[in-house]
Write a protein that binds this ligand. Structure first.
Ligand SMILES: [Zn+2]
Length: 218
C-alpha cells in the first residue's frame, strides 16, 4: 500500500516537487503567485546547468566515488540530535564539512527497498545526499550563481525594505543537481518522504494530499 504511493510519487515531475518545496518556504507568501513557476524553473535550470558542467569535466566517473575521494570533509554521525527532528545531513559552511546521519540513511534505504530499488544500498542514498550538499558547497564558494533570482525585496514591519534569500530556491537547485549527477530518475526530495514515512506512515498521506490538492495526480 505505502509502496504503491511512493511509486506514484516518484513519477511526479521536477516542477511538482519544486512547487512542493516552495510551499514549505516561510517566504512563499511574499512572492506573487504568477512568478512562482518561473522561479522554480530557474532554480531547476541552475542545478541542471551546474550538473552539466560537472558531468562534462568528469565523463565516465561516478559522482559517489569522486565526492568520497576527499572533495568534501565527510563526518559520519550515528544519530540525529533530536528524535523529533529527523535530518539526513548538514553542511556547515564555516568548517566546510558534511555530516551524514547514519540512522536516517539506513531508514531511507530500508524504506526504499521495494519502491525505489536504486536506493536499496545506503551508499547510494548517501551519494545522492552528498551531491545535494556539494551543491551548497559550490554555492558557498560562488562556483554557481543564481543571478539574483533567489533574492527578494520585502517590506519589514517598520516599513523598511530588506532583501531576503528564498531558501527553497537553493534547495530545489541542489536537488536538481543531485538528480542529474547521480543519474536517478526521481526528484531527490523523495528521500524526505521516505525518511518521514519510517517514523509515521501518516506522513505519506500528507504529501499525497498536497500533490492531489495541487492537481498532480497520476
Ligand atoms: Zn539543502
Amino acid at each position: 500500500m505505502e509502496d504503491s504511493r511512493i511509486i506514484a510519487m516518484r513519477g511526479y515531475d521536477d516542477i511538482s516537487w519544486g512547487l512542493l518545496m516552495f510551499s514549505k518556504d516561510p517566504m512563499k507568501k511574499k512572492i506573487p503567485e504568477e512568478n512562482v513557476r518561473s522561479i522554480i524553473e530557474h532554480a531547476l535550470n541552475a542545478g541542471y546547468a551546474a550538473a552539466e558542467v560537472w558531468l562534462s569535466e568528469h565523463a565516465g566517473e561516478s559522482f559517489g566515488e569522486w565526492i568520497r575521494s576527499g572533495k568534501l570533509k565527510i563526518v559520519l554521525n550515528e544519530k540525529t540530535q533530536s528524535p523529533h527532528y529527523a535530518l539526513l545531513s548538514i553542511f556547515e559552511e564555516k568548517s566546510e564539512r558534511v555530516t551524514l546521519f547514519q540512522d536516517s540513511i539506513s531508514r531511507v534505504s530500508a524504506a526504499a527497498s521495494e519502491s525505489v530499488p536504486e536506493l536499496e544500498e545506503s551508499e547510494d542514498v548517501s551519494s545522492l545526499i552528498l551531491a545535494h550538499e556539494y551543491f551548497h558547497y559550490m554555492e558557498y564558494h560562488k562556483m554557481v550563481g543564481f543571478g539574483g533570482y533567489d533574492m527578494f525585496a520585502v517590506k519589514t514591519i517598520f516599513g523598511m525594505k530588506r532583501t531576503l534569500k528564498l531558501i527553497a530556491y537553493s534547495e530545489i537547485a541542489a536537488n536538481a543537481f543531485a538528480k542529474k549527477v547521480c543519474a536517478v530518475n526521481f526528484f531527490p526530495a523523495l528521500l524526505d518522504v521516505l525518511l518521514l514515512s519510517t517514523f509515521d506512515k501518516a506522513n505519506i498521506d500528507k504529501y499525497e494530499l498536497w500533490f492531489k490538492a495541487n492537481g498532480f495526480d497520476n
